[in-house]
Design a protein around this ligand. Structure first.
Ligand SMILES: [Zn+2]
Length: 160
């Protein structure tokens, strides 16, 4: 999990990501967490179960490069959990690096983060229909994680 998070930072550095929003430390950390979740799930990646990945997230998060000491800078623990889980769901698919960046922030910014849930927005043509339907079916869960309504313990016990 830690290695995947760090590889996420390398991909950002090489490609100038995050590209779709303000390139802040917080956005960088959330995307690296998303990338870690993506790689953990990906069949050609680590191919983990959530029973392995959920607790690993907490461990990585406490000893990794970012800790929990500066949530304003790196995102709150709940935001980081939701970023990891969103990446996890995207790991069902084979995305290019730039598509990962595009999809991750599209769903994080448009669906996970906003205070008001809008489910009927027009989907950009370059977002895959199947991915879109799948992620929308998970939005309610992702928002519960992001808002802190779901505890760390509940997060670890989520289904695959
Ligand atoms: Zn980091």
């Amino acid at each position: 999990m830690i290695q995947a998070h760090e590889v996420g930072h390398q991909l950002q550095f090489r490609n100038g990501f995050p590209s779709r929003r303000e390139n802040t430390a917080r956005a960088q950390e959330l995307e690296a967490d998303g990338f870690a979740g993506y790689y953990m799930r990906k069949p050609a990646g680590y191919n983990a179960t959530w029973q392995q990945a959920g607790p690993a997230f907490q461990f990585a998060y406490q000893i990794g490069d970012n800790g929990v000491n500066n949530p304003g800078h790196h995102g709150t623990p709940a935001q980081r959990r939701s970023a990891t889980r969103l990446g996890w769901y995207l790991g069902e698919n084979n995305l290019t690096v730039s598509n990962f960046d595009y999809y991750f922030f599209y769903y994080y910014d448009q669906y996970v983060l906003p205070a008001t849930l809008k489910m009927n927005m027009d989907k950009p043509a370059d977002i895959d229909n199947k991915v879109h339907e799948f992620i929308l079916s998970k939005v309610e869960e992702l928002r519960k994680i992001n808002s802190g309504e779901m505890t760390q313990e509940e997060f670890e016990q989520l289904e695959d």
